[in-house]
Design a protein around this ligand. Structure first.
Ligand code: NAD
Length: 258
């Protein structure tokens, strides 16, 4: 059962890529903690995400394409304007998977992957840091793919590996300004991004059987971890990646018959 508390009461929080999936789960977690929110995506808001939060929290929407530096700067400026002051928390979540089998991987797929998953995070963090006060915090969404590779996922894997070092590098660079930077690495989470793959015959049961926790992740599982890392309970935690994966990364290959 998701927790309700006041850990982020009145804080100004921006979550990128938050009209659906993990980003929306993160926004819901902050809403339950009393935060004031800005949601974002590159497409017009159809009202669905804001409607989910209405009555729970103050929430605004800023449309911006975070695959460009201008888009990232426009998001941070727009979010600060909507919320009437400097932002306290930034969650970089907007990401995508553009891989093909290795032999067909071209410059376009690589550029799309790195523009959004890596440069977009960096430019948003940079703009956020310019306006943030001591005590502010950034959480970057990585993946179990930050540490472990998947077949035909070369660009995505490399981009999520880069997120791990962005967490550490930004944490070290921003520590003297009193800004903490951490990451959350989801395992396999049920979202629109993964839905089509999970719905292929037999896939859901096969992947679930390989997760020690015995179930797929849900966006609210990720939201709770992000909310903790951005809270004062985590005041001495910076430069860390917390994997929220139901035990996927903890598991060795098994000797026992399936
Ligand atoms: P999703 O595709 O369901 O949602 C992505 C969100 O980002 C949407 O709101 C979309 O509109 C937005 N977005 C896409 N391109 C954008 C752009 N150019 N500018 C601004 N917003 C944009 O994805 P998800 O599964 O919720 O994944 C969210 C994050 O979590 C990603 O960084 C992904 O790599 C990571 N992740 C997901 C899983 C998983 O199993 N779903 C696992 C590990 C990590």
């Amino acid at each position: 059962m998701p927790q309700q508390d006041s850990a982020h009461a009145g804080r100004r929080v921006c979550v990128t890529g938050s009209t659906q999936g993990i980003g929306l789960g993160i926004a819901r977690a902050f809403a339950r903690s009393g935060a004031r929110l800005v949601l974002n995506a590159h497409i017009p808001d159809d009202g669905g995400a804001l409607a989910q939060l209405s009555g729970q929290a103050e929430a605004h929407y800023v449309r911006a394409d975070l695959a460009t530096r201008d888009g990232c700067r426009a998001l941070i400026a727009g979010a600060a304007e909507r919320l009437g002051g400097g932002l306290d928390t930034l969650v970089c979540n907007a990401g995508g998977f553009f891989d093909t089998p290795l032999d067909q991987l071209d410059a376009d797929a690589l550029d799309r992957t790195f523009d959004l998953n890596v440069k977009g995070y960096l430019y948003c963090a940079q703009a956020f840091a310019e306006q943030a006060r001591p005590g502010a915090s950034i959480v970057l969404i990585g993946s179990t793919n930050s540490l472990a590779a998947e077949k035909d996922s070369v660009a995505y894997d490399a981009s999520k590996g880069a997120v791990l070092m962005l967490v550490r590098s930004l944490a070290v660079s921003l520590a003297e300004r009193g800004i903490r930077v951490n990451g959350v690495g989801p395992g396999l989470v049920e979202t629109p991004l993964t839905q089509a793959g999970l719905d292929r015959p037999g896939v859901r049961a096969r992947v679930t059987s390989q997760i020690p926790a015995g179930r797929l992740g849900q966006p609210d599982d990720i939201g709770g971890a992000v909310r903790f890392l951005a809270s004062d309970d985590a005041a001495y935690i910076t430069g860390q990646m917390l994997y929220v994966d139901g035990g996927i990364l903890a598991q060795q290959m098994s000797w026992s018959p399936a």
